[in-house]
Design a protein around this ligand. Structure first.
Ligand code: ZN
Length: 158
């Protein structure tokens, strides 16, 4: 099953970043785009539009009004309502900064882009195909992983 692709409006920047942690293809509309531009972009790119703005949510069929204010509640709300599949193999597979896909890298491919200590001690590396940032297991703190697990647990409880 292909996962729905998503566009988050300007008010949902954190949600966008966190959906990327789950490996969901999620673009951020940014603060400068007008409502009309955001709506048009979602349609042109075939994305679900997530918005906290009731008026914007009323514009198209593939829009979802995000009602929760708390980030964790928002994640449960969106993943549940869009029936997004949480797949462990996709977790942390996207760049949280730009939504690019992460590609496994060998140690000698990242030498110039990570601190020496990390280069020596980290077990694996991934690089964003778009912005070229390098990630390693320590990049995603235990706090992030614990929060993701709490969301998954809440989804399982229904
Ligand atoms: Zn990136």
């Amino acid at each position: 099953m292909t996962q729905p692709h998503i566009l988050c409006d300007a008010m949902l920047g954190s949600l966008c970043r966190w959906l990327r942690f789950f490996g969901i293809d999620c673009e951020y509309a940014g603060v400068e785009a007008s409502d009309a531009e955001v709506g048009a972009r979602a349609e042109a790119e075939g994305r679900w539009l997530l918005t906290a703005d009731r008026e914007l949510a009323g514009r198209g069929p593939r829009t979802m009004l995000v009602r929760s204010l708390d980030l964790e509640d928002q994640l449960v709300e969106v993943l549940g309502r869009l029936r997004l599949e949480v797949r462990p193999d996709l977790e942390l597979s996207r760049c949280s900064h730009c939504n690019g896909s992460l590609v496994e890298q060998a140690r000698d491919q990242v030498g110039e882009d990570v601190p020496p200590y990390v280069l020596e001690t980290a077990e694996r590396f991934k690089r964003c195909g778009c912005c070229r940032r390098v990630f390693w297991p320590g990049t995603h703190s235990k706090k992030i992983l614990a929060r993701m697990q709490r969301v998954v647990d809440r989804l399982d409880e229904g």
